[in-house]
Write a protein that binds this ligand. Structure first.
Ligand SMILES: [Fe+2]
Ligand SMILES: [Fe+2]
Length: 133
């Protein structure tokens, strides 16, 4: 069973953003599944690196989307993205040491993703839809 199940609460109704969020969920679930692999260090590092690059690309696209819709809260939202990138980077560095905090990293990724999508990203997409109406 995947660690994060995709559900309606995570679906925002924007095809590009939803596809990218699904990609992030897939990477989190892949990372979780790899914790049982015999070569888990290499597998998890591969997933973390992919996740880091994918998240940066997603944030870039989301911030361009905010520019297009004239989102008034972009600066604060973008600052939350930066915080995520920095925290992920720090935890990734820690995963190179002996006491790799894989559980802490996964807990952080899952909690951050669910919270951010269901509040910040939901608000952004709702603003875009209201503007179109
Ligand atoms: Fe966001
Ligand atoms: Fe997002």
């Amino acid at each position: 069973m995947p660690l994060v199940e995709w559900n309606d609460a995570l679906t925002l109704g924007d095809p590009v953003i939803d596809r990218q969020h699904r990609g992030l969920v897939d990477l989190i679930n892949q990372m979780h599944a790899n914790l049982d692999a015999p070569d888990k260090e290499a597998q998890v590092m591969h997933c973390i690196t992919a996740m880091y690059l994918y998240a940066k690309e997603h944030f870039w696209d989301e911030e361009a989307f905010m520019d297009r819709i004239g989102y008034p809260d972009k600066a604060r939202h973008a600052a939350l993205h930066r915080e995520f990138v920095e925290r992920t980077h720090t935890l990734t560095d820690c995963c190179l040491c002996d006491e790799a905090p894989y559980a802490e990293l996964l807990d952080f990724l899952v909690a951050w993703f669910k919270e951010h999508v269901s509040t910040e990203d939901t608000r952004m997409v709702a603003f875009a839809k209201a503007r179109q109406a």
